[in-house]
Design a protein around this ligand. Structure first.
Ligand code: 5GP
Ligand code: ZN
Length: 113
């Protein structure tokens, strides 16, 4: 399958990994939008939030727990951060493999554009 995040999972494309286990991987975004900007993805290909269901969604809880752990370890839990998922065209999703952005290290604007 021609998916850049699957290629990152299987090592075909290099990435700056910050965490990996049997189910998920976290790596720095190639074009960071904040001092800290990484992505957390399921290793299994899920196209977007639209494709989550009762069978495959346990990994989303794992991703959120790992984000909370990384926030503490990396020291931005108290200052705060934003978790973002973009879905399809209006959401601004450019890579069709489910991923959660984590941005931290500066104050972020709201509402988004
Ligand atoms: P989306 O727009 O789909 O929510 O986010 C895709 C993100 O993946 C973008 O922030 C983009 O910078 C990042 N990205 C795209 N290609 C690569 C890549 O090859 N390596 C890494 N580390 N990030 C990528
Ligand atoms: Zn994929």
């Amino acid at each position: 399958m021609d998916c850049i995040f699957c290629k990152i999972v299987n090592g075909e494309i290099p990435s700056n990994k910050i965490y990996e286990d049997e189910d998920i991987i976290a790596f720095n975004d190639l074009y960071p939008q904040a001092p800290i900007h990484f992505l957390v993805i399921p290793k299994k290909h899920i196209e977007s939030c639209n494709f989550l269901d009762r069978e495959n969604s346990e990994v989303v809880a794992k991703i959120f727990v790992k984000i909370a752990e990384l926030a503490k370890e990396m020291g931005f839990d108290e200052s705060g951060y934003r978790i973002i998922n973009n879905c399809n065209d209006h959401g601004g999703q450019t890579v069709k493999h489910l991923h959660f952005h984590v941005l931290a290290g500066r104050s972020l604007n709201w509402p988004p554009g």
